[in-house]
Design a protein around this ligand. Structure first.
Ligand code: JD8
Length: 257
């Protein structure tokens, strides 16, 4: 199997059934993607398949034991293997996962996602793994989830759709928000389809005009307006020389509002 290999270790493998569905499922069927989901408890040896214990230093909750994780990583990526995966550990205290990181990870041949639960994974698992593989502790956003599985699903989908041969029309990637393509960095413009009038609401005239230059300008203006109002950080993040004169005219007009 030639595609990108993604191993996922979790105590809730059923969370990853959705990866059998839809476009990711098709990518797996096309051999673009080799996803392997592993049940962490497979690497426990007591009859209760214990994966957690009380935290050193006290405090609420439980921490995931290092031993099952160590054995899981050793089994999936033996230290003497010719190559090692890039280990991704979802955690609220990780670096922010964004489109730039998604594009970087989509170029990796082998990823291993370690999904924690409880209060998290004993830190020594990461401290030991970095001695033989690249490790990224990442967060999908500033809100608290109950575990790493949902974040792992987000990461797998965001990476898979960037794989060559995945999207019917890769050109659409360039137009996307957050991408590093020409349109990147701005939120998407509003989109419309038939009918031209729906419940008394009309599609903007310019989109029916067939005047491609006017359509592009309108879409750019809409993307600038949306971004300025919803994500001003994405505007201030790009120096003024990143904008055309027409862009700056729109931004100045918005600034005056
Ligand atoms: C991994 C355990 C739950 C987190 C006590 C709630 C990512 N953006 C994100 N928010 N939350 C996570 C995340 C939460 C996780 C684990 C990722 C493993 N938990 C813990 C600390 C507070 N409980 C995440 N990516």
């Amino acid at each position: 199997m030639s595609g990108v290999r993604i191993d996922v270790v979790t105590i809730f493998p059923d969370y990853f059934v959705p990866l059998d569905l839809s476009l990711v499922g098709k990518a797996r069927a096309k051999g673009l993607l080799d996803v392997r989901v592993h049940e962490l408890r497979h690497w426990t040896h007591d009859r209760h398949h214990t994966v957690d214990d009380t935290p050193y230093g006290g405090g609420a909750g439980l921490v995931m034991r290092p031993e099952p994780w160590g054995e899981a990583l050793d089994a999936i990526a033996p230290a003497d293997a010719p190559e090692q995966p890039r280990l991704l550990v979802p955690t609220p205290s990780g670096r922010l996962f964004d489109q730039g990181l998604a594009e970087e990870l989509a170029a990796e041949p082998w990823l291993l996602l370690a999904c924690g639960r409880y209060e998290g994974i004993d830190q020594r698992v990461v401290d030991h793994a970095v001695t033989r593989m690249r490790v990224d502790e990442l967060s999908i956003g500033d809100y608290v989830l109950n575990g790493g599985e949902v974040a792992a699903l987000v990461v797998v989908e965001a990476i898979t759709r960037l794989l060559a041969g995945f999207l019917g029309n890769p050109a659409s990637l360039h137009e996307e928000s957050h991408g590093t393509g020409a349109e990147g960095g701005l939120l998407e413009y509003p989109v419309y389809t038939k009918p031209a009038v729906w419940r008394g609401l009309e599609v903007p005239e310019v989109l029916l005009s067939g005047h491609h230059a006017n359509v592009s300008r309108w879409r750019r203006d809409q993307a600038l307006r949306r971004t300025a109002s919803r994500r001003p950080d994405l505007i201030s993040g790009q120096g003024r020389d990143g904008w055309s004169a027409q862009d700056r005219a729109v931004l100045d007009e918005l600034a005056d509002d």
